[in-house]
Design a binder for this molecule. Structure first.
Ligand code: ZN
Length: 632
């Protein structure tokens, strides 16, 4: 495991790259010399989907950097001179390196004389592997996440288009991609700040040489589900033009995916209708209307346990809308309190009466729900002790129950991370049950983290929120979760472009220097406008994360009046005036056409949104008009 900070090694690589080149130096590897290819890429005769994508990514980025096209050769062809071995092949076996010898997600970047090796464990395209069923978080199948795209068209070079390829599935092993993306970032200086070519920073070099020590590691967080589609206004606006194919490629570049896991609602009207129609265990509550079951009924426990066993045995048959993947079979009830009122259920629910917290995350149905989870887990544990029943710790069952959990119950607390900088009481309530779960469970812990407020209520009620930039707080929380041993995180909602990027980097390596990442982003992405954009962005964060800006009655015990706080407390006339000056400076300073386009996207996504939000609000208007920006 290499612990060198990414930033240190990248800047070392860049320093080296910017030096003048003579003949090849000892310990360096020339990929390109004076715009001419100086090596070839070698793939297995039948490469894995990960190796095939990795080779194309390597070829594309080197070509964009230098204009040189490195040939991609099969192991069966003769390759003269220097080689980059991408994925397992006869040549890597010559170095005693096989994909299957790597742990899941572990990968190697190795520099040898005349050879670079980029390898890890990859999912192999076999009929048996194709048959494995799984329905991760949002109901799509493992197979559905093996997105197909035309690579060259996706990266903006349709004239080079050859064929449609299948990407490695989001939750398929793709160690060779992890190695190649890390190589392109760490040794070559490429940065992916978004899905489209406009968002990618690619250095320009006629001669491309790399040097450095081997890297053998794996991402710190094992399940990484921050897969924003650009559906929310800030990210959509900051990204501007992008395609769905580009987003799928971007998730791979950001190394999302990883270990298979699922934890989301599984019992709801559709799945109950499809798989749980037995009248014996229907909820004895007329208001349930087919959305809840009698969760103390032994027949239900046995049926769900059998369904889990069948899933783990590869027998298939999960109803649409169910969630289960890898070693995890999820059971989570529907989102309402119309629970069964039979004598046994009512008695367990009665025990929860005293467990309300006053917050959204509470415990009044914890004993009830986790009795069912335990009962199913006990049954499944008899036959499949190494598999897990996954569930959420959420809403009225966020708190742990009064009793012990079966060892094969894997819990994902749902945490309101977007409130942490400004709502101390909610954070304390969250972290109290988060730590209690850490104590209570013996199985891996996952998290569902909310980044839905204030944007979600703003979208629902059609007003414009103040940008809730909280990148340092987010990095702090994620670092704590990873150090606590959390195995995977699902992000609910979307942050802005930079926060999304930083979070993914902390998930990969919690020791990463966050300020360094941010400085680098503003410098590389906005160039001459970088300083003004950075000051603008950090000022948004400072305002959004200052608890003093949310006094009572804006702050309520159970939440925040985001709508009133936005333009009465956060985007005040005085602050808007200063922020407007910074945005005007950035607009004016942007030098290149690329910088101008990037600044314009941020100006529209953040600044114009804010101006409109303030104009549409009832907040007192500015006395002096905001300074003009040079908007087209
Ligand atoms: Zn009941």
């Amino acid at each position: 495991m290499q612990h060198t900070s990414l930033i240190v090694s990248v800047s070392a690589a860049l320093q080296f790259l910017s030096a003048q080149y003579g003949q090849a130096r000892a310990g360096t590897f020339d990929l390109v010399r004076d715009g001419q290819p100086a090596c070839g890429i070698v793939l297995a005769e039948n490469p894995t989907p990960a190796a095939r994508l990795a080779a194309l990514e390597l070829q594309y980025h080197v070509w964009k950097i230098s204009g040189a096209e490195l040939p991609i050769r099969s192991e069966t062809e003769r390759v003269e001179g220097r080689r980059i071995l991408v994925g397992e092949s006869a040549a890597t076996r010559g170095f005693n390196l096989r994909g299957r010898d790597f742990k899941p997600q572990e990968y190697l970047i190795a520099l040898r004389p005349d050879t670079i090796i980029l390898i890890g464990r990859d999912w192999e395209d076999t009929p048996a592997n194709r048959q494995v069923e799984g329905r991760p978080m949002v109901g799509e199948t493992l197979e559905g996440l093996r997105h197909k795209l035309d690579f060259w068209k996706t990266v903006g070079c349709p004239e080079r288009s050859t064929a449609v390829i299948e990407l490695p599935g989001l939750y398929d092993d793709q160690g060779t991609c992890l190695a190649t993306y890390d190589f392109l970032e760490r040794f070559v200086g490429v940065r992916w700040y978004g899905p489209a070519p406009l968002h990618v920073v690619i250095p320009a070099r006629a001669t491309l040489s790399v040097t450095g020590a081997d890297v053998r590691r794996s991402p710190a967080l094992k399940h990484r589900s921050a897969v924003p589609a650009g559906n929310w206004p800030f990210l959509r606006g900051q990204w501007g033009q992008f395609s769905r194919d580009q987003v799928h490629l971007y998730w791979r570049r950001m190394r999302q995916g990883g270990e298979r896991w699922a934890g989301n609602h599984t019992f709801h009207r559709a799945t109950i209708k499809a798989a749980f129609s037995d009248p014996e265990y229907q909820s004895k509550n007329p208001r349930s209307q087919g959305s809840q079951l009698c969760y103390t009924h032994p027949k239900l426990v046995n049926q769900v346990a059998q369904m889990a066993r069948d899933f783990f045995d590869g027998k298939g048959g999960l109803p649409e809308g169910w969630k289960a993947a890898g070693d995890y079979f999820a059971i989570v009830p529907d989102d309402n309190m119309n629970l069964c009122q039979c004598t046994t259920c009512a008695a367990l629910l009665q025990k929860g009466r005293t467990r309300k917290t006053g917050f959204f995350s509470s415990g009044e149905m914890s004993d009830y729900w986790f009795s069912f989870v335990n009962a199913v887990a006990r049954e499944v544990g008899k036959t499949h002790p190494d598999k897990f029943i996954a569930t959420l710790a959420y809403w009225a069952y966020a708190l742990p129950p009064d009793f012990d959990l079966e060892p094969n119950v894997s819990v994902a607390p749902c945490l309101h991370t977007c409130y942490y900088p400004v709502h101390a009481a909610m954070k304390e309530n969250d972290l109290t049950f988060y730590h209690a779960w850490q104590q209570k469970t013996r199985a891996p812990v996952f998290l569902w983290v909310y980044y839905h407020h204030p944007m979600e209520p703003a979208l629902i009620d059609r007003w414009k929120c103040f940008p809730h930039v909280m990148v340092h707080d987010t990095a702090r929380s994620m670092r704590m979760f990873i150090r606590d041993g959390v195995r995977g995180i699902f992000e609910c909602g979307e942050q802005d472009q930079l926060e999304q990027y930083v979070m993914a980097k902390v998930w990969d390596d919690p020791e990463v220097n966050v300020d360094g990442l941010m400085d680098e982003f503003f410098r590389l992405y906005f160039g001459a406008a970088g300083d003004a954009m950075k000051t603008f962005y950090l000022r948004l964060e400072e305002i959004a994360c200052d608890p003093a800006n949310y006094p009572t009655p804006y702050l309520r015990s159970s939440g925040i009046d985001w709508k009133k706080a936005a333009w009465e407390r956060l985007g005040t006339a005085e602050r808007m005036e200063k922020l407007g000056v910074l945005m005007a400076q950035a607009t004016q300073r942007a030098g290149t056409e690329t910088e101008r386009q990037r600044v314009a996207l941020w100006r529209t996504a953040l600044w114009e949104w804010m101006r409109q939000g303030r104009d549409q609000s009832a907040a007192p208007k500015s006395i002096a008009p905001a300074p003009p920006t040079s908007n087209p």
